[in-house]
Design a protein around this ligand. Sequence first.
Ligand code: GAL
Length: 661
Amino acid sequence: MDIRRLTDRLGGLAYGGDYSPEQWDAEVWKQDDELMRRARINLATVGVFSWALMEPEEGRYDFDWLDAHLDRLHTAGVAVDLATPTASPPPWFTLAHPDALPVRPDATRLTHGSRDTYCLASPAYRRAARRIAAALAERYGDHPALALWHVHNEYATRCHCDHTAAAFRVWLRARHGSLDALNEAWGTAFWSQRYTAWEQVLPPRASQWHRNPGQALDFSRFWSDETLAAYREQRDAIRAHSDRPVTTNLMLPGYQNLDLWAFGREVDVVSVNHYPSAPGVDAAAHAAFDADRARSFAGGAPWLLMEQGTNTVYADGRVLAKDPGDVLRHSLAHIARGSEGALFFQWRQSRAGAEQWHSAMVPHAGPDSRTFREVTAVGEAVARLGELAGSAVRTEVAVLHDSDAWWALTVDGLPSSELDYFAALRRAHRALWDAGRTVDFAHPGHDLGHYRLVIAPALFLLSDVNAHNLRRYVAAGGTLLVQHFSGMVDERLHSRLGGYPAAPLREALGIRVEEYRPLRQGEELTLSDGSTATSWTESLRTEGAEAVAAYTDGMLDGSPALTRHAFGSGHGWYLSTRLDDTGYAALVGRLLSEAGAVPELPGLPPGVEAVTRHAPDGRSWHVLINHGADLVPLPQAGHDLLTDGPVHRLPPGGCAVLRAH
Ligand code: GAL
């Protein structure tokens, strides 16, 4: 396990953040050394946005300043996560290679003045990125401070330029083999879109109305592959000179530019950034959601929270401050779910520049501040959790997460603008989190046999192979909930004919959907069990399943809305509408209990988060966070690593890490 090499090197969990000494002077560096010692920082990410300093003109590198900082950090006992600076090419690069600037779908070519302004498919950019990665690796590959390589920063941008078009065509030829096959896959018989030469095929640029959905889906797949290829080139350039593990910090936003499963397989260590999108308990639920995703993309192995903010909650166009204690609660929420530490963007709040108002571990006010005191206390707490390193999380519940299905649900021409893959994922996860369960995310093609319950929200696109996999899962004893508008199309986005969803899944669910009927905005229906339904309905008939709840008004009066099918040794459930929150929570509760998925630490009231990490040698730890307003007695007393003493109850907002018996 590559992350083990990191924690062994650090002697415990990682604590620290992005560090940009180039923004400061010698006096501040001296203070940094002292403050890092006080905050128990053991890992600093250096160089993320330092291209202009590292390569002041094309091909001329200047690393003297970096030598000095790496040596200084090493002397101060801080290991280095060294970044390649390729997320922010300097202005000279733009002027020398204007064709490497990214182009939007509407043909606007961007220019420098911000960051991330490059086209990943541009040969000049790729050459320059490989070169600087190799130069860094050659110089620092064996540096004693070096603990981890950090390629790039948050691969996320897309481009629609001519370089992209050329690379897209190469990818399409490999995928489809012939232009005829591409025409067939994309359904170009509609609207006279037939291509007769490869040069006619373009990225999905701005056009008059709905763009071809097959083209859009393939472009998403292509761009993820192209991004992964760009990552691999840097990684391999580094590996030629260094044996330290390599990561790239992934962003887990509400949109999907990368197939994160594929990235998870290519990095030595999965690392992610997390910035909550709402304050309070919603932030905690969001942290759990992203942390569960990170662990899942890491294949269950420990991973690393590379960035969070000390005081950063992005909500409603504002950057809200975190509540006192949130830094510890959020850090623990990630560590509970397998993160081998808690890192921040950034160490010292910038005095100038585009992110000067973004929070940091040392704020503008300096160390005499609530924030720095909290940072120091959390550093102390993280230092006490070293024995958790290398332990893993187990769970019996999974939510399916598929890039293809997500991308498919973003194409033009869908029957409702309320079909939102990310929102459906969040909702399923939130219901399970509220019910006190730790959740894995799984791909519909994974072996699901060890899960008691699997939920498939918005699995719009489903290949035959994966539909058979889900059928097998139910037949072998699993409980599967499939939600509306799932299994509608195959991997080419071609509709399933003869009734939805895909045939193998229909068998497992014992239903046949004949018609989808989005509801009007604000329209609400009552179901026979008293719950309400909005947004979507379907006309379906049971073919072996029992109707658990039915529609009670409108044209669907009396027809099944929620069904349950005993199939093989398992159960296939189908929910053909969007239930209100209470109804959905009740359904999830029933599924958990019917599937026999019990919490690992029973006896806790709602609002207390509890996740268990298990070491290979049988030791385990319960990480507990009380999000409620009441003092909570613990079902079992234990030794709390945070206080190094016994703990019997948790105050509101309180946390504990119990060594389990
Ligand atoms: C991250 C990014 C950092 C910083 C931070 C601000 O997404 O990697 O460089 O911009 O956001 O929230």
